[in-house]
Write a protein of this length. Structure first.
Length: 190
């Protein structure tokens, strides 16, 4: 191989590395940062992945109250427990639903649509926002009330487990009471 060919390959290699490195850097600077909601695993048995947040959340320590983010319904907890500033949130409570085969009643909707209301159970996993470590877990039931409205088409992966059925929302009063010790009492070292 001639010396000029070796130089050309070296320059080409350096150019390729520079282009790929530049694309990687641009991707890191333009990708949106994660949010605390991203801490919730996709399913109830999952493990939270690492997050790339803009600011570190506050540590879960000392006396309460400990601000909490409830996913997927942030307004499902008392306003005094919430914060608009992610860096002050200490806990993330991830809610997972599971439809049962227990029939409750028939829900009637406009246009003659009917759906069978099935009992729904909710598991809530509580994580420390800063470390993604599990702090606790509990279960609550549903309200037993028909949903206000129904969807005629569902996004892939969000279809009801049994066609023609619906589930109630979580009993947020029971959820608040079960979450209260994590939020209002002194943090338990873990």
């Amino acid at each position: 191989m001639r010396r000029s060919d070796k130089i050309a390959f070296a320059v080409l290699g350096i150019g390729v590395c520079a282009v790929l490195g530049g694309i990687t850097l641009i991707g890191r600077f333009t990708a949106p940062p994660d949010t605390l909601a991203d801490l919730c695993p996709a399913d109830v048995t999952g493990t939270p992945g690492p997050l790339d947040l803009e600011a570190d959340p506050a540590p879960y320590e000392g006396p309460g109250p400990h601000p909490v983010l409830l996913e997927p319904n942030p307004t499902g907890v008392p306003a005094a427990w919430r914060s608009g500033d992610e860096s002050s949130i200490q806990l993330v409570a991830c809610t997972y639903s599971r439809s049962t085969d227990q029939y409750v009643r028939t829900c009637e909707y406009t246009g003659g649509n009917e759906r069978r209301l099935m009992r729904t159970e909710y598991t809530v996993r509580v994580f420390e926002a800063r470390t993604s470590e599990a702090v606790g877990q509990f279960r609550v039931g549903d309200t037993g009330e028909c949903p206000y409205s129904i969807l005629e088409r569902y996004a892939p992966g969000y279809e009801p487990s049994v066609p023609g059925t619906v589930g109630s929302s979580a009993d947020y009063e029971a959820l608040t009471e079960a979450l209260r010790p994590y939020v209002e009492q002194p943090a338990v070292p873990h």
